[in-house]
Write a protein that binds this ligand. Structure first.
Ligand code: ADP
Ligand code: MG
Length: 364
């Protein structure tokens, strides 16, 4: 049995018409950093709160370290939790905020001091030890909240959107601080976020949810390269993957605007005899405009007119209409185009994703 086992966990809130979480199955190994990601309302917090014990599990079984936890009180589950709104005590100093929970747990004073010193050191809060929350920046407050969680020395950390109150730059630096902290402490962590970039950059494995149902569990690059369905393909990655309604006949793929592409044997064999209507997906970086790729795929050059350009500094996003829909290509900063330019491009065949039009499941 893994450190955490969740078997067919369902949650139906009293009075609700449908489940908020349905048949959630997951095993987590000790020391893993797991991210729950998905759009607002998909059931991430509900799942986390069932793990913490703040919300009753309607059905299913939940184990920590082999012990069934469904009805164990939150304080007896060996968990510490960091919330989005920090929930610091405004009248207490940094030091007092961090030590408060330990005092309540009746930890001896010398041990408390040792732990608080350690947390203050590890989180870089030494200068702020005697300050109150109102005199701290958002990032410092978030670190105090982390400090309060880590001194409890629990086996499982739960974090619910801990960075969403911070500005963009601070979010990026706190991301790596939390990752570093996880590497130092090695404690099993479940991190809830609606931000796919946080999930991609921080997690060992990602659990992606939609409407209370797990869509896929995997390492960040597995989800990126091998999305199980169109939802995962569209949720992970920015700008979003391009999707097209296409028809495949033999080795020809026809787009809804009449454009045709020739499918090489490598793609046809993956389709394994399937013909007809599909959803084609291709990421912006797999639409190529550079001379080498245009030469390599010279039988399959398409053209379009650029509608708009996003200059990102390190790269450019080119927006254009193709295949009956708005499309985006991510190109290097050296490939400059402006609205109105005609561009030639090609889709890298090995990077094409095909989804069933009905189920939206990935075909390979
Ligand atoms: P997320 O954290 O992914 O944004 P939540 O877990 O908060 O999503 O919510 C999942 C679903 O459960 C939503 O439809 C939400 O409206 C519903 N929900 C959340 N909390 C309650 C509650 N206390 N009572 C009834 N429904 C709730
Ligand atoms: Mg939530």
């Amino acid at each position: 049995m893994s450190f955490i086992e969740m078997k067919n966990i369902c949650k139906k809130y009293a009075g609700a018409e449908k489940n908020s979480v349905t048949d959630f199955n997951l095993s987590i190994e000790e020391g893993e950093f797991i991210a729950f990601v998905g759009p607002s309302g998909c059931g991430k917090s509900t799942t986390l709160r069932m793990i913490a014990g703040f919300e009753e599990i309607t059905s299913g079984d939940f184990y920590i370290d082999g012990k069934r936890m469904n009805t164990v009180l939150p304080r007896d589950r060996g968990i510490s939790m960091v919330f989005q709104n920090y929930a610091l005590y405004p009248h207490m100093t940094v030091e007092k905020n961090i030590s408060y929970g330990l005092k309540n747990m009746k930890v001896p004073a010398d041990e408390i001091k040792k732990k608080v010193d350690w947390a203050i050191e590890i989180l870089g809060l030494s200068e702020y030890r005697y300050r109150k929350p109102k005199n701290l920046s958002g990032g410092q407050r978030q670190r105090v909240a982390l400090g309060r969680a880590i001194v409890k020395n629990q086996k499982l950390f739960l974090m619910d959107e801990p960075l969403s109150n911070l500005d963009a730059k601070l979010r990026v630096s706190m991301r790596s601080e939390i990752s570093k902290l996880h590497r130092q402490l090695g404690s099993t962590t479940i991190y809830v976020t609606h931000d796919q970039v946080e999930a991609m950059t921080m997690a060992d494995r990602i659990v992606i949810m939609k409407d209370g149902v797990i869509q896929q569990v995997g390492k960040p690059m597995d989800l990126y390269e091998h999305p199980a369905n169109k939802f995962v393909a569209g949720f992970i990655g920015s700008p979003q993957m391009n999707f097209y309604a296409v028809k495949v006949t033999g080795t020809t793929m026809i787009f809804s605007d009449g454009n045709k592409m020739h499918l090489p044997e490598s793609v046809v064999s993956k389709l394994n005899g399937r013909q007809g209507a599909f959803i084609l997906g291709i990421r912006g970086e797999d639409i190529k405009l550079d001379p080498q790729n245009l030469d390599l795929y010279k039988d399959n050059i398409m053209s379009a007119t650029v509608d708009s350009v996003e200059v990102m500094g390190n790269e450019n996003n080119l927006y254009f209409n193709f295949g009956g829909t708005g499309s985006v290509a991510r190109v290097s900063k050296y490939e400059i185009s402006k609205p109105g330019d005609t561009i030639d491009f090609t889709f890298v065949p090995s990077r094409m994703h095909f989804f069933d039009t009905q189920t939206e499941e990935s075909l390979f």
